[in-house]
Design a protein around this ligand. Structure first.
Ligand code: SAM
Length: 286
């Protein structure tokens, strides 16, 4: 019989945040796959866990996943832990989970700390709808593409960032998103945990004044839907009515449907569009 893969969430700072179930599971499994064994040994020693460990990280994630799946197939139970938080969130856990599921191995997740969710809940920004982008891509082109996709997103945005890149990222966010509200959440669950509710511009000044240190999660307010509507209206107002109608008719809409779409874009009634079209000689009276 195959073994089982347990994703075990571990503390993101405060050791008391580990669950009883995670401690018991880490003691009971045959093997623990850890992102950094030298880092995780401290956690295991603290809780008296003597289970053997093996490394599973970014640089061996593919070959090691195959090896670990073989062990699981042989019947060994394996726990996956990362340096901090929930395995699979912004770490190589995803690869192992995919391989295990592909091999028909049972996978279960033991919930616990996750920096993104913990930061969101205390950000003071909307928690109803959010997007988690983890770290922005380091490749310039990819980064620009992702930022552009986020430009008009009305959901709260969650980002991870290293302190030495915080200033650069804040400046890019300001250029693309404008001066939105942002909450900088630092050192969650640790002695120096802090929450800073500012605007992106204010955050830039603060980072310039004092070099940031510690682990950060950035929570950025989503775009105001009203602003999107206004921008749309401004864009369409630069079109003549004829150009605006042609735009929709070119997309395959019939005249009535195009009138409806144009009226919606311009925030006026279909009847008003009908009269304007008559005035401009683009429509016969019916
Ligand atoms: N798997 C982890 C989780 O569930 O949150 C995230 C791993 S990711 C490689 C590490 C990033 O998470 C850090 O750079 C930081 O942005 C964020 N992070 C982790 N611990 C944190 C803490 N105690 N306070 C603030 N941010 C933290």
């Amino acid at each position: 019989m195959s073994g089982k893969l347990y994703l075990c969430a571990t503390p993101i700072g405060n050791l008391e945040d580990i669950t009883f179930r995670v401690v018991r599971t880490l003691k009971e499994v045959n093997l623990i796959a850890a992102e950094d064994t030298r880092h995780s040994i401290k956690l295991l020693n603290h809780f008296g866990i003597k289970t053997p460990m093996t490394s599973y990280h970014e640089h061996n994630k593919i070959d090691k996943a195959i090896y670990l799946v073989e062990k699981l197939k042989e019947g060994q139970d394996i726990a996956l832990i990362t340096d901090a938080g929930t395995p699979g969130i912004s770490d190589p856990g995803e690869v192992l989970v995919k391989e295990a599921l592909k091999a028909g191995i049972e996978v279960t997740s033991l919930p616990g700390p996750c920096a993104a969710i913990t930061a969101l809940t205390i950000s003071g920004l909307s928690t109803r709808r959010f997007s988690f982008e983890a770290f922005l891509p380091s490749d310039k082109k990819e980064r620009a593409k992702v930022l552009d996709e986020l430009r008009n997103d009305t959901r709260t945005l969650i980002l991870y960032e290293a302190p030495h890149r915080l200033g650069k990222t804040l400046k890019e966010l300001y250029e693309v998103l404008g001066d939105r509200r942002i909450t900088l959440v630092k050192e969650l669950t640790k002695v120096h945990e802090s929450i800073l509710q500012v605007t992106i511009k204010e955050a830039i000044s603060m980072v310039e004044e004092k070099v940031p240190k510690g682990e950060y999660v950035l929570i950025v307010e989503g775009k105001n839907p009203q602003e999107i509507e206004e921008e749309k209206r401004e864009r369409w107002e630069s079109f003549s009515l004829e150009e605006h109608m042609s735009y929709y008719q070119g997309k395959g809409l019939n005249k009535k449907e195009a009138m409806k779409a144009v009226a919606k874009d311009r925030g006026i009634s279909k009847r008003e569009i009908y009269h304007l079209l008559i005035q401009e000689g683009l429509q016969e009276k019916e």
